[in-house]
Design a protein around this ligand. Structure first.
Ligand code: GLU
Length: 500
């Protein structure tokens, strides 16, 4: 049997370090066993999936050095590798499940569903929610469907007994069937949910081993049941421990940069990032800390995966990256890498229009261009003091700006301009007063290149990191404060929507 593994990202945002982590383990396992590694794009969520995100994810995986044998761009014998192009297949299998009575049509409207859920919760029952439409006859169901009433297709799930999920790392995990809900397989628009598409594709793509994040353990019973309903052999499951913030919570961008683009932008070497991700749940037999991808493959074995929650700690990554930069690159490679990073024509082309009006001679350039090369800028609580604003107002400006920018789908100077102006208005502050702490947080100076276009060039992640750093430099936010401010911020937005 040829080992075939896959990584199956959903293209709904920036490329996440967790995707590279899972891809790395799948890649190593496949290559260590002479197998194949596949990229599948799980874009069944038509509202949140974008082509831009798909491209960023593919570019980021290539950048770290994980190339796939089959995928949407390189093709392969089991294509298409984008789920949105395979919907007929899922519909066929949903129909097959309906015909075999392994699934049923659910005609509950969203309001009715909420009602059933509320009643179920109020009853104090500890089991998965019942569904009135699981009881109706096939004729009744056909008649309702023929009348044009919208429906979703849900899978039938046993109400008693235990499902045993065998996990390569954890052994047998027992989950009671009465805890497993009657999962929607096909949505009312005819698109599959993750669960159906994932099982159908893993089977059709000949995936032998599924290595994925442990957040999917609770979905495993549904998947195993679907394999059983279809009469297919299930792949071997292996759930990798989740990456965590230093405070042990699940790695999240609110506490830690999570986008691969951020690490690229900060000047981490792809080899070092991959090396660090490799050390998250795995170690070399000789415990050596620095290793490259081929060495990891050579020594890879699942037995060396440890289940303790691995902590993604940027300080440790810094140290590791430093060893790579200092020890592993020849002078020529060093130069090439710096050029590739940010001293190249593409990047300079973006920066020049902003710095040109400010210089008289070349030696003025570093002062104005530094903020485009730096990571976090040098600021203190004093330097962030802004005329007309109390210290807490400054923090609030920074914090509200962060939230306003987080809500943007387009990251352009124009969109940033709109979001920040609106925030200033909501806070009832003159634009000049509002922008003053932002200038300092981003550039370290009172005056710098035009803010909106500067942020557009710096990118989301570095912008977020500098704003968060500025807040922390004055005074870190407590969880309580954050919740209170977020409520106030949401209320401002809401009152604006009502006025508008
Ligand atoms: N699309 C899922 C994700 O985004 C894939 C999960 C899996 O590997 O089954 O993580």
């Amino acid at each position: 049997m040829t080992v075939r593994t896959r990584v199956a990202p959903s293209p709904t945002g920036d490329p996440h370090v967790g995707t590279a982590y899972v891809a790395l383990f799948n890649y190593c396992f496949a290559k260590a066993n002479g197998g194949e590694f596949i990229l599948r794009i799980e874009d069944t969520d038509q509202v949140r999936s974008t082509q831009a995100s798909e491209k960023m994810i593919m570019d980021a995986l290539r950048w770290v050095g994980l190339n796939w044998d089959e995928g949407p761009d390189v093709g392969g014998p089991c294509g298409p590798y984008r789920q949105s192009e395979r919907s007929e297949l899922y519909q066929k299998y949903a129909q097959q499940l309906l015909d075999a009575d392994h699934a049923f049509r659910c005609f509950l409207t969203p309001a009715e569903l909420a009602e059933v859920r509320a009643q179920h919760q109020a009853s104090g029952a500890k089991t998965a929610m019942p569904n009135p439409y699981s009881e109706i006859t096939r004729d009744e169901s056909d008649a309702l469907a023929a009348s044009g009433k919208p429906f979703v297709v849900r899978m039938r799930v046993p109400t008693d007994g235990i499902c045993t999920v065998h996990d390569l790392l954890r052994g047998d995990i027992e989950i009671a069937w009465d805890q497993v809900d009657m999962q929607v397989l096909l949505k009312s628009d005819g698109m599959p949910t993750y669960h159906l598409a994932n099982v159908v594709d893993d089977h059709h793509m000949g995936i032998t081993h599924v290595l994925r994040g442990e957040e999917w353990i609770s979905s495993a019973p549904k998947h195993l049941l679907l394999y059983q309903y279809f009469g297919w052999e299930a792949p071997t499951l292996c759930h990798l421990p989740l990456l965590r913030n230093p405070d042990r919570s699940k790695l999240s961008k609110r506490k830690n940069p999570t986008s691969i683009l951020y690490y690229q932008r900060m000047g981490y070497l792809p080899e070092a990032l991959l090396n660090y991700l490799g050390r998250m749940a795995w170690s070399m037999p000789d415990e050596s800390e620095q290793f490259d991808l081929s060495t990891m493959i050579e020594h890879f074995s699942l037995e060396r995966i440890s289940l303790g929650g691995p902590i993604f700690d940027v300080t440790k990554l810094d140290w590791l990256n430093g060893t790579w930069i200092r020890d592993e690159l020849s002078d020529d490679e060093f130069m090439d890498r710096v050029v590739k990073w940010a001293v190249n024509r593409d990047y300079l082309k973006a920066v020049i229009p902003l710095v040109r009006p400010r210089i008289n001679k070349w030696s003025d350039l570093p002062g104005h261009a530094a903020l485009f090369l730096e990571g976090l800028v040098d600021i203190t609580a004093d330097s962030l003091e802004s005329k007309g604003l109390e210290q807490d107002d400054v923090r609030r400006v920074l914090c509200y700006s962060l939230w306003a920018l987080d809500g943007l789908t387009d990251w352009t100077g124009e969109a940033i301009n709109g979001a920040l102006r609106k925030t200033a208005e909501l806070m009832d502050l003159k634009l000049r007063v509002f922008l003053s702490p932002l200038f300092i947080a981003i550039s370290g100076k009172k005056n710098s290149t035009p803010l909106f276009n500067t942020l557009a060039i710096l990118g989301r992640d570095l912008t977020r990191a500098r704003l968060r750093n500025a807040i922390n430099v004055i005074k870190p936010m407590s969880g309580k404060e954050q919740t209170r401010w977020k409520k106030q911020y949401d209320a401002l937005q809401h009152s604006d929507e009502q006025d508008g």
